[in-house]
Design a protein around this ligand. Structure first.
Ligand code: ZN
Length: 288
């Protein structure tokens, strides 16, 4: 009987022990003795690309927060309504293991962050000051969507304004940095900015990632290709792409050629790059 109990306990323990957080992510936090992470994204669903990693941090005992700069939806078409999108986000964060008090909704309009950029950055910096993370994971600066690009910009400005250090990492959503014959890249980094890591997930992490994707059911048209790429990588023993945020110049395009947000559909179709650059230049840190 006792041996059965011990065996049972061992099995339970084996199921629950998560793989460790890789050194490249954990080292800055461990050096500070302060394991607090903030995932900061454009829209409800951008986080699905890194949801297994967010859950891995939770299972390793980190205090994990999640924030979105917009209230996604309400832009017509197939993108859904804000109420439905917020409800999905609350559920998805719960699936990752992030409780309601660590979920933060900045509420800027979908596609509209660039039009209120200094205010959005101020609010994001205030949130980072409140959370005091040692690790911030944002969308990549890749020209896919101006709402996405605002998140690494906010983390950069926070690093300049705040008096505590934190590591900045990024995850790719979509961009048009590929060759002219097929420029679109989904969940793939702009190669010119250097190498990246794949964070390999255990069975439970991959399960969480699948469940998060299903939770964002209104965005199935993004979740299906993203899921196929994720499955392909999982089967090949890779995982979720993540990279230490390169030293971007946010007043310059992240890659040559037309950016995805300029191409459309939606976002700021046909607008010149100055649409973004002028907004960046209106932030105090970028003024001469
Ligand atoms: Zn998005």
């Amino acid at each position: 009987m006792v041996s059965l109990l011990i065996l049972g306990a061992l099995c339970l323990n084996a199921k629950k022990a998560p793989p460790p957080v890789p050194d490249y992510l954990a080292a800055p936090a461990e050096a500070q003795g302060h394991k607090v992470a903030l995932g900061f994204f454009g829209h409800f669903d951008d986080d699905s690309t890194i949801s297994g990693t967010m859950n891995l941090l939770v299972r390793n005992g980190w205090e994990v927060h999640i924030a979105w700069i917009t209230t996604a939806g309400g832009v017509g078409g197939i993108y859904g309504e804000p109420e439905e999108r917020i409800a999905e986000a609350r559920l998805a964060a719960g699936v990752m293991g992030i409780p309601p008090e660590r979920q933060h909704y900045l509420g800027f309009p979908d596609r509209g962050v660039v039009d209120q950029l200094p205010e959005a950055i101020d609010q994001a910096v205030a949130l980072i000051a409140e959370v005091r993370p040692s690790l911030v994971i944002t969308c990549a600066y890749e020209g896919g969507h101006t709402d996405h690009d605002a998140t690494p910009l906010a983390a950069y400005v926070a690093g300049r304004r705040l008096d505590f250090p934190f590591a900045r990492f990024e995850v790719p959503t979509y961009n048009t940095s590929g060759p002219w014959i097929m420029p679109y890249r989904v969940n793939g980094f702009i190669k010119a900015w250097g190498p990246w890591e794949y964070l390999k997930l255990d069975r439970e992490g991959y399960h969480v990632r699948k469940k998060v994707r299903r939770t964002y059911q209104s965005q199935w048209f993004f979740m299906v290709p993203e899921g196929s790429i994720g499955l392909w990588r999982h089967l090949r023993g890779q995982g979720e792409p993540i990279r230490k945020t390169p030293d971007y110049d946010f007043t310059q395009p992240p890659h040559p050629g037309k950016l995805l947000w300029q191409r459309g559909p939606g976002v700021k179709t046909g607008a010149p790059f100055d649409y973004w650059r002028n907004a960046v230049l209106s932030i105090p840190e970028f003024q001469p």
